[in-house]
Ligand binder design. Structure first.
Ligand SMILES: Nc1ncnc2c1ncn2[C@@H]1O[C@H](COP(=O)(O)OP(=O)(O)O)[C@@H](O)[C@H]1O
Ligand SMILES: [Mg+2]
Length: 358
């Protein structure tokens, strides 16, 4: 019966450099979500951070024309238990109840705990990690420091604050050069989709790379440059709290690293499921991913990314980063990995909605 449907609110867009990535993920979710089980409401967040209730099709989301459609300002009711959206219509606030929010958004103000905190405050269950796990996972430095207390192999790194560089460039550069040798990899501590990340093979390039990263985040990671395969694994929480791990997938970015253009704008990259790694390497990745999911206190799902490099004739794994709201188009790595272990995209959406919490 229709009245029994769970009311799901799909959030898309966001005040983030990954706004456009979210539009694609949301298009896929809206095109595949089980409409017999769910009453779907869509709320779009503009790049400026305005929230709008959007009543229209998924095509206009994909083409980023949704704002020209039926939109009205919307906000969340902060009173827990009311579980609702408040929107403006004819100069009056109206209420729209939702049971679950699925934030199909990525990056800053989306995946970093801020939105999660807001939803928790309102008492509305949402898909994915809670506030603390999202915040720590978004900040690569915090993740690194926390995981360094466990046996998680990671790239050697220096953490710098762009303000220090402004005051004493020579000192900062020598600190980095004492710790690492070129080439190095420079990235904003909190970013996504490779925005602001680059390789540097000398001092001049290092300073350029730092300036690039600084546009995204004042806190910057300078890492040893890892030469190896890029291998990703998908984790999905089950109703009993156990975590299902997929097999591993591999990305060959072709020439250079896996940058924004290679991720979304050209077809240079090749994807392999399963990854070309030894069975014992896959076991190690699974054990490590499961440890990371639990140490960070993740909920629902996450994609955990590694490098696998040759080391004295064997394969060594190096944890790279965790994504708590991974790219979620039907052809993105996370859904593809789940599909490979027998969870089709539509069912995956349902299973994720079932893991929602506050
Ligand atoms: N230490 C490193 N050595 C070599 N390449 C790296 C290193 N760190 C990141 N990269 C490359 O940059 C890409 C983006 O970096 P990543 O840490 O995954 O940040 P993002 O959150 O932007 O995806 C990776 O997929 C990889 O290709
Ligand atoms: Mg990445």
């Amino acid at each position: 019966m229709n009245t029994e449907k769970t009311r799901v609110c799909i959030l898309f867009g966001g005040r983030s450099t990954e706004y456009k990535v979210s539009l694609r993920s949301a298009f896929s979710v809206l095109s595949n979500i089980d409409r017999d089980a769910y009453d779907v409401t869509t709320v779009g967040i503009t790049e400026e951070g305005e929230f709008y209730l959007y009543r229209g099709g998924a095509d206009a989301i994909m083409s980023d024309e949704w704002r020209n459609g039926d939109v009205r300002p919307v906000t969340l009711d902060p009173a827990p238990g009311k579980g609702g959206l408040l929107y403006l219509e004819g100069g009056e606030y109206k209420k729209l109840a939702v049971d679950v929010v699925f934030p199909v958004v990525h990056g800053k103000y989306c995946e970093d705990g801020t939105l999660q905190g807001m939803l928790s405050m309102c008492g509305i269950p949402y898909v994915g990690c809670g506030c603390a796990a999202s915040a720590v996972s978004m900040d690569k430095t915090l993740t690194k420091r926390l995981l360094s207390n466990y046996e998680v192999p990671q790239a050697n790194a220096a953490v710098i604050d762009a303000r220090e560089l402004a005051s004493d460039e020579d000192d900062v550069v020598s600190r980095i050069e004492n710790m690492l040798s070129y080439p190095v990899f420079v990235k904003p501590s909190s970013s996504g989709s490779s925005v602001g990340a680059s390789k540097a093979d000398g001092r001049e390039a290092l300073l350029r790379a730092i300036r690039e990263a600084e546009r995204i985040d004042r806190k910057i990671l300078v890492e040893e440059y890892i030469v190896g395969r890029e291998v990703e694994i998908a984790a999905l929480e089950e109703a009993d709290g156990s975590v299902t791990l997929s097999c591993c997938g591999e990305i060959d970015p072709g020439d250079g690293f896996y940058d924004y253009e290679t991720k979304y704008e050209n077809d240079r990259a090749k994807y392999y499921i399963p990854a070309h790694i030894m069975p014992e390497t896959e076991i190690r990745i699974k054990e490590t991913a499961s440890l990371i999911f639990s140490v960070l206190g993740c909920r629902g799902f996450a994609r955990i990314d590694f490098f696998v490099r040759d080391f004295k004739g064997t394969e060594q794994i190096v944890f790279n980063e965790i994504n708590t709201l991974p790219g979620f188009t039907s052809i993105s790595m996370y859904p593809q990995l789940m599909e490979k272990i027998g969870i089709p995209y539509k069912e995956l959406i349902t299973r994720l909605i079932n893991t929602a919490g506050v």
